[in-house]
Structure formats: structure tokens, C-alpha cells
Design a protein around this ligand. Structure first.
Ligand SMILES: Cc1cc2nc3c(=O)[nH]c(=O)nc-3n(C[C@H](O)[C@H](O)[C@H](O)COP(=O)(O)O)c2cc1C
Length: 372
């Protein structure tokens, strides 16, 4: 249902965001000549240099937000999957991010699914991936992070090692091993990713297993690190309810909403081309309405103290504002960076600030305002 304030939000005086700069449009043509995984490796390699070039922040007290007791300079975060192995914690402030997630890290190092497994849907500004949680493994990443600088608050995203033999009790132990390996690092929060669609088992549907993971993490969490749960936009209403119930039982402080979707609705890319790409999680703008639905649904189910971090198709300041109004205290993005370039967070923050100015709000007072 469209409310009066939604109409106002869509209104003509909605401040426009600065377009993608010409230099990135030119660079993108070259980057898109590369296989997407190769292009990503280049992005990781050149990120510290790019961060030095950009090196700007948008600082304004109206952008400040609080996430489970964690004070953030702004509500824009880097989603999990971009810096899987924790190479970029020292430079991420240079892109304007307020926080970031490293990972998903897994108990064991694995190579992930067979290639090709990452595809661009350029006409949709979207991506399909079935990487399958490839990464260096928790021990190596924790050693790397122990020697790294954290330029912004960093959360660690933990998933189960994607090997068919690791299930049931072994899956619980695997996730607890990852938690133990990072729990004493100067990290700000931990996300438990139980919603990756690219694993042998798919998203976690077993309440009992989730309870065991949450119970184990709680008993190891002597520092009281905020624990967040990352859920899937493909969850059934029953799964969503039971996941939030488990989260409440074990003191989970909030939800990352959410992961990629296996749905393919609403794409402009030719269906034959999409079929050719095969299985995997879809991300970017076609995911946005599903992610917003997830935020709305969990906003109703969660307790008042629990927070939401919105994620899925966020690519403008207006998108960030929409998620915030629906109940997110912060938002994260990944796919939009591929299409919008490394200075996208700065452009988004300026647009978000203009929207807050228009409505005489700050981020904290805008959280959940669509529900009031
Ligand atoms: C290539 C790729 C790899 C990803 N890897 C992970 C991951 O390891 N762990 C995780 O929790 N989410 C992962 N994600 C999901 C993102 O964190 C995010 O939830 C999703 O992409 C939706 O946000 P977006 O539309 O801004 O990309 C990955 C996404 C992409 C595109």
C-alpha cells in the first residue's frame, strides 16, 4: 500500500544523485573486458591505491547511527563477499564507508564451486554468483587480520565450510571454530551467515542446528560481541518466524537483511542468457523489492532492541533512505560498486544527506519512520 509519506518520498523534489563519473564509466569498459572474477581480483589489488586517490569522507552528525551499541560515522557499509579474505580493512575508510563486513570466512579453506561461477547482467546492473564460499579459511584470515589496521569498524561474517561431509554436529563445530579464531581480534560485530544459497545444502532450514550454533557462539562470546544473523529473502514466512524466535532466545542483537536470491523475476536480460548462467544468487537492483519485503517482515517480528542492517540492491542514497525508513539502522552494498565505481558511497551519502535535510530528519530519527 502506498502511504502519503511514500508519495512524498517519490516526489519531484527528491534530490538527484550525482551520476557515475566519466572516468569510472571509461574504466568500467576495460574492467568488463575481464572475466568477472579476474576483474574482482584487480579491484582488490588496486583498492588501496584507489582509496588513497578518493580519500574523502562525508562527515555530518545527521549521518551518525547506532547499531547494537556500536556508534557509526555513517550508515553505509560494505557487504560480505567483496573482501572475503580480509585484505582491505586498512583502506576501506578511503571510500567513505562507515563500516564493513569481512568474509564469509569458513572453518576450512576451500576453493568453492567450479568456474565459471560469477556473471554480470549488465542491462540489469546485477550479478549472479555461485562462488560457494571460497576463501582462505578462518585461521589464515584471523592471522592476517591480527596484523592489519582497521580504518573503520569491521564485522566478521562466518559461514559453514561448504563441503558435503561437514553437516549436522560437524557444521556447528566448524562455525564455532571460526568464531573462536576471530573472537579476540578488535572486531566490532560478528554475522552468522545461514542464508548462502550456493552451498550443498542451500540456506539453513534446521531450527535445531541454528539453535546449536547460536548456543555455542553465546557460550564462547565472553567479550559480548554483538551477534547478527544474516537471513535470506527466499525464506518462507515460517522459516523467518522460527529464525527470529531462535535469535531472540540466544540474545542475537540484529539481522542482516539479506543475502542474494535464487529468484529470477523482473530481469531485462534475455531469459536464454539468464538460463545459460545457471544456478546462483542474484544481487543488485532486481533484488531490492525482495530485500525491502524482508526488512518489513522482520521489523514486525523482531524485538524493539534488535536492529536491522538492510542489504540487497542498495545503489543510491534514495535506496539507503528507503531501507532506513522501513526499519534499517544501517545498510550495506556490494553489486552497486561494480556498476557505480569506488566513489559511489560518497555520492550516496551526499544524496542521503540531502533527503534527510529535505525531511528535517537525521538517520536515527528516520529509522522505521515508514511504519509510524
Ligand atoms: C560475488 C558475491 C559474493 C558474495 N559472497 C558473500 C559471502 O561470502 N557471504 C555473505 O554473507 N554474502 C555474500 N554475498 C552477498 C552480499 O553480501 C549481499 O548480501 C548481496 O549481494 C546483496 O547485496 P547487493 O545487491 O548490494 O550486492 C556475495 C555477493 C556477491 C555478489
Amino acid at each position: 500500500m502506498t502511504t502519503a509519506s511514500d508519495q512524498n518520498f517519490e516526489g519531484v523534489d527528491n534530490p538527484a544523485m550525482a551520476p557515475t563519473p566519466g572516468w569510472y564509466e571509461a574504466l568500467r569498459v576495460s574492467l568488463f573486458q575481464f572475466d568477472p572474477e579476474e576483474a574482482h581480483k584487480l579491484a582488490i589489488q588496486f583498492a588501496p591505491i584507489a582509496a588513497g586517490w578518493i580519500g574523502k569522507r562525508v562527515v555530518d552528525k545527521r549521518l551518525r547511527t547506532s547499531v547494537a551499541g556500536l556508534e557509526l560515522e555513517n550508515p553505509l557499509g560494505l557487504a560480505a563477499g567483496f573482501d572475503k579474505n580480509g585484505h582491505l580493512t586498512g583502506c576501506l575508510s578511503g571510500f567513505g564507508f562507515g563500516f564493513a563486513e569481512v568474509g564469509s570466512i569458513t572453518g576450512q579453506s576451500t576453493g568453492g564451486n567450479p568456474k565459471p561461477r560469477l556473471f554480470r547482467l549488465v542491462d540489469d546492473e546485477a550479478v549472479i554468483n555461485r562462488l560457494g564460499l571460497n576463501g582462505d579459511g578462518a585461521d589464515a584470515i584471523s592471522d592476517r587480520l591480527a596484523k592489519s589496521q582497521f580504518s573503520i569498524p569491521i564485522g566478521i561474517n562466518i559461514a559453514k565450510t561448504n563441503l558435503p561431509a561437514i553437516n549436522g554436529e560437524l557444521a556447528v563445530q566448524d562455525m564455532l571454530h571460526s568464531f573462536s579464531s576471530i573472537k579476540d581480534l578488535p572486531v566490532s560485530f560478528v554475522t552468522l551467515n545461514v542464508s548462502c544459497p550456493n552451498t550443498h545444502e542451500g540456506i539453513l532450514k534446521e531450527t535445531e542446528e541454528l539453535d546449536q550454533i547460536l548456543a555455542g557462539v553465546s557460550s564462547l562470546n565472553s567479550r559480548g560481541l554483538p551477534i547478527f544473523l544474516k537471513l535470506s529473502p527466499d525464506s518462507s514466512p515460517t522459516l523467518l518466524e522460527s529464525s527470529v524466535e531462535s535469535a531472540n532466545k540466544f540474545g542475537v542483537k540484529g539481522f542482516i537483511l539479506g543475502n542474494t536470491t535464487t529468484a529470477r523475476a523482473g530481469l531485462v536480460t534475455a531469459p536464454a542468457r539468464v538460463t545459460e548462467m545457471g544456478m546462483g544468487g542474484l544481487s543488485g537492483p532486481p533484488l531490492k523489492s525482495k530485500a525491502l519485503d524482508l526488512v518489513r517482515n522482520v521489523y514486525r517480528l523482531k524485538s524493539a532492541e534488535q536492529i536491522i542492517i538492510g542489504c540487497g540492491g542498495v545503489s543510491s542514497g534514495a535506496d539507503a533512505y528507503e531501507f532506513i525508513r522501513q526499519g534499517a539502522s544501517a545498510v550495506e552494498l556490494y553489486t552497486a560498486l561494480i556498476y557505480g565505481g569506488p566513489d559511489l558511497p560518497l555520492r550516496m551519502l551526499k544524496e542521503l544527506l540531502a533527503l534527510l535535510e529535505r525531511d528535517q530528519l537525521d538517520v536515527q530519527s528516520a529509522v522505521g519512520s515508514a511504519h509510524r
